[in-house]
Ligand binder design. Structure first.
Ligand SMILES: [Zn+2]
Length: 213
């Protein structure tokens, strides 16, 4: 089955995807990783991808979809999770042409929780470890290496507001798109990763096939 994950930043999509990978052998489809892998090969597509990435531009949709399709062909019969794709309606429509989507899990979190989770993030200057004020119990150094912690550029309020805005403008129409197809399942992701996983498992059981019972 093919599952799409959508949700606000800090909703725990990455953690859920990882749990589903480990527990049910789902394959995680990361478009970014597939494109980076392809760019290393000696193909006409690789050249185009490298050029676009060097210029910091989005790789053309027809190339992305070609690479995605060949990845899906190689993994035929395997349960797949999409995190970070589709990002907009156009991509969702394209994806529908090459894959049957079984469910879209929507991880709902209140804005106040997003703010709380996001603004508490700290990154280690030395080892890159990302932690949260709540995990530090008043300590001011990295729990992994003892290095100094900082509020990185991608951890500022401005960065958060940018992400929240793109959730409104790009992700919400996508959620509506899957709601209209009766494929959207809302999950309350405001508690903890275990509760999120439990609800996701209930959805998978409901639509269950391919070994998830
Ligand atoms: Zn560190």
């Amino acid at each position: 089955m093919n599952i799409i994950l959508l949700g606000q930043i800090t909703s725990g999509k990455g953690t859920l995807a990882q749990c589903l990978e480990e527990k049910y052998n789902f394959g995680l489809v990361s478009i970014g990783a597939l494109l980076r892998e392809e760019a290393k090969k000696d193909t006409p597509e690789a050249k185009v991808i490298s050029d676009y990435q060097l210029q910091g531009k989005l790789v053309p949709e027809e190339i992305t979809i070609k690479i995605l399709k060949s990845h899906m062909d190689r993994n035929a019969g395997k349960n797949l999770i999409f995190d970070g794709y589709p990002r907009n309606l156009k991509q969702a429509e394209t994806l529908d042409r090459i894959a049957k989507i079984d469910a879209c899990l929507v991880l709902d979190v209140d804005d106040s929780i997003v703010r709380d989770r996001f603004m508490g993030r700290r990154g280690c200057v030395t080892c890159g470890h990302i932690t949260h004020l709540k995990m530090l119990n008043g300590k001011t150094t990295c729990p992994k290496c003892g290095g100094n912690l900082e509020i990185r550029n991608d951890m500022t309020e401005e960065a958060m507001l940018g992400k929240m805005k793109s959730f409104e403008t790009e992700t919400k129409p996508l959620i509506a798109y899957y709601e209209n197809k009766n494929l959207a399942y809302h999950i309350n992701a405001g508690h903890n990763p275990e509760k999120t996983l439990e609800q996701a498992e209930n959805v998978l059981k409901k639509i269950g096939k391919n070994g998830i019972n």
